[in-house]
Ligand binder design. Structure first.
Ligand code: NAI
Length: 213
């Protein structure tokens, strides 16, 4: 495969393809045409073909795609062929919810530790994990080959925490704090803002209502 730049929009659609193909695979479906996938996912068949052509087309032959092959190839593109080891900073509501959501582990995202600055939380169990003090972050990252850090603390502390983990060699941050992190080149940050998604929903709702009036 050549190393052309893939648009963020295409990359953003890959997880959805991966989910649908995973379900099809679990149902025992072996082959699927772009037309059938299009009807299932409610996107056009030409969009699917265009998306897949970015990656060489995934060898559609005769009648459609081989589901398991396509699932595995998209999984590789998404970096899911190997496990990722994560820690969470912040053992509040969000940190606890993420830790307790077991489906991440099924996808190869292993939560190895959770940290907080509040002494009252240190030593408390959250699922399988025990909350650890912030002083132990650096040694833990090194000892457990951590490759992704989840920031689940208020924005006031987020930038300093990000700097700290980047200094330990962390190259990927899943940021839930409502602030932009200023990280060096080579470090990737995925910002997650549930409220953005809610505002998009609200926009669509109000546009729909206005068009009915
Ligand atoms: P919370 O108040 O329940 O928990 C925050 C935890 O972070 C506390 O345990 C606190 O001791 C710890 N903490 C604060 N500063 C710290 C620091 N500098 N170092 C280490 N630990 C620190 O809050 P919740 O509900 O868990 O939310 C956490 C943050 O995530 C909030 O700032 C909230 O705005 C944000 N959030 C973002 C969402 C999103 O979609 N991006 C969704 C929900 C929350």
């Amino acid at each position: 495969m050549d190393s052309k730049i893939i648009s963020p929009a295409v990359i953003g659609r890959l997880p959805r393809y991966y989910r649908y193909l995973g379900d099809l695979k679990d149902e025992g479906v072996e082959r699927i045409s772009s037309q059938e996938l299009s009807e299932l996912m409610k996107v056009t068949a030409s969009q699917i073909r265009q998306d897949f052509n970015n990656f060489g087309g995934f060898g559609q032959q005769g009648y459609g795609y081989n589901v398991e092959y396509l699932y595995n190839e998209i999984g590789k593109l998404l970096g899911l062929h190997e496990n990722h080891h994560l820690i969470i900073i912040g053992a509040g509501n969000l940190g606890r919810a993420l830790t307790n959501y077991s489906n991440f582990e099924n996808r190869g995202f292993i939560f190895e530790g959770i940290f907080d600055q509040n002494p009252a939380l240190i030593g408390k169990k959250i699922g399988e994990l025990t909350v650890m003090p912030m002083e132990e972050i650096e040694s833990f990252i090194l000892a457990h080959s951590i490759d992704i850090v989840v920031i689940a603390i208020p924005k006031t502390g987020a930038v300093a925490v990000a700097d700290r983990v980047v200094n330990c060699g962390i190259k990927a941050i899943w940021n839930f704090a409502h602030t932009d992190l200023n990280v060096p080149d080579g470090v990737v940050v995925e910002n997650v803002h549930l409220s953005d998604s809610l505002m998009k929903l609200s926009y669509t709702l109000s546009t729909k209502n206005n068009s009915v009036d």
